[in-house]
Design a protein around this ligand. Structure first.
Ligand code: UD1
Length: 382
């Protein structure tokens, strides 16, 4: 059988967890020649390199070095650079994952060259077009040839948008492939001790917060409101906040730094110094974060992937957004969408900490084998 060259595009932190299991399966397959392309949308060591290390991802074959910018600047720059790579590499298929600017930019370039596109995590919809990711999801799916979905509601969304059924493949969740293959080694992380959460054998109860969506952090009043509520909650339970650089920049810009206790040097003394304020740290590595998340009593987040990871870890998750493109994590997981209303967040957090979350069936095919299913299908179809 003829060898097939596959370009796999990554750009941002959540892309790395999705691409890693695919690269591993592809490397074992003699018919495929994978070429890993990093757009450089995320570039800080703790937003990119540390993930390559923890996930044992090989160095990218190609680095576009695009960096930050407005949506148009970033998308445009990625397109210009990726067009050059497509001409040079002449791939048989381009794999894009998720819903970030790198995803739509590279899909658009491939579509114009008539290179088949495989989109991993197709069909998720928040039905909220104020989210940049929703635009990226809708457009990428329209121009993709192989639409790999992680849940059955995604299949239905695609059918409703007129995508032919023979392009849709329900395969499960690649992010969960990564989680399941790293959960054991993540428990060896010393992050709990470093934060003073574990003494001898006893674990202090704690919550984790992540926050980076434009709808939560770009407006000073909204961001201030959220930090206020969470500071009150942190009087009941310590809140650890591995913070996205975007959020840290905005906290500084809006002069809200006194509302958090930020530390670069994670040590067991910082929680005490935080004195019942949110304890913000730089972004954590994949394994440290996985360890922290799997041991947390509660996760508060506006991330998409974390709603899925907490579902599998069976850790209660409060989503600080008005909607979710992942409703399966509510139906079959531990997710509750609470928006940014202070009363709702506090009441729900207190209830969940007291009563926990009912145990439900886990979503179908979130079993660690999604990447194998995807490559099997590509091998058959190409
Ligand atoms: C992007 C994705 C979002 C995803 C998130 C995961 C888009 C439209 N958004 O949001 O869907 O949930 O990644 O983290 O693609 N920055 C740094 N260092 C970095 C990267 C970013 O300092 O390594 C700062 C820069 O100030 C930059 C800002 O963060 O301008 C935003 O980065 P960007 O990649 O544009 O969007 P994210 O908010 O990270």
């Amino acid at each position: 059988m003829q060898e097939k060259k596959i370009l796999i595009v990554v750009g941002t932190r959540p892309n790395f967890m999705k691409a890693s299991p695919l690269v591993k399966v592809l490397k074992k397959h003699s018919r495929f020649k994978p070429v890993l392309v990093h757009t450089g949308q995320h570039y800080d060591t703790n937003m990119s390199d540390s993930f390559f290390k923890d996930l044992s991802l090989p160095e990218p074959d190609v680095h576009l070095g695009v960096g930050s910018g407005s949506h148009a600047e970033q998308t445009g720059k990625i397109m210009i650079e990726f067009e050059r790579i497509c001409l040079l590499e002449k791939p048989d298929v381009v794999i894009v994952v998720g819903d970030v600017n790198s995803t739509i930019a590279c899909a658009l370039v491939a579509a114009k060259f008539c290179i088949p596109i495989a989109h991993i995590e197709s069909g998720l919809r928040s039905f909220d077009r104020t989210m940049p990711e929703e635009i990226n999801r809708l457009l990428t799916d329209q121009i993709s040839d192989y639409l790999f979905t992680s849940c059955e509601d995604a299949n239905q969304n695609l059918i409703n948008e007129g995508i032919p059924e023979n392009k849709i493949f329900f395969v499960g969740n690649v992010m969960i492939d990564s989680l399941l293959s790293h959960i054991k080694i993540a428990q060896k992380s010393n992050i709990l001790q470093k934060l003073g959460l574990k003494k001898n054998k006893s674990l202090k109860k704690f919550a984790i917060l992540t926050l980076h969506r434009p709808s939560n952090v770009d407006n000073p009043d909204i961001l201030k409101g959220i930090l206020n509520i969470l500071n009150s909650l942190s009087r009941k339970i310590p809140i650890i906040f591995p913070s996205h650089p975007r959020t840290v920049k905005l906290i500084k810009k809006f002069k809200l730094t006194s509302m958090i206790h930020y530390t670069e040097n994670i040590s067991p003394y910082e929680l005490k110094k935080a004195n019942q304020k949110i304890l913000a740290t730089p972004p954590l590595s994949y394994l440290d974060f996985l360890c922290l998340m799997s041991n947390a009593a509660l996760v508060l987040t506006d991330s998409g992937g974390i709603q899925e990871e907490t579902t599998i870890l069976r850790v209660p998750c409060l989503t600080l957004r008005r909607n979710t493109e992942r409703p399966i994590t509510i139906k079959e997981g531990t997710n509750i969408v609470v928006g940014n209303d202070s009363d709702r967040i506090t009441k729900t957090a207190i209830k969940v900490l007291k009563d926990g979350i009912p145990k439900k069936e886990l979503p179908k095919y979130w079993d660690g084998k999604a990447s194998e299913r995807i490559i099997k299908i590509l091998n058959r179809e190409l």
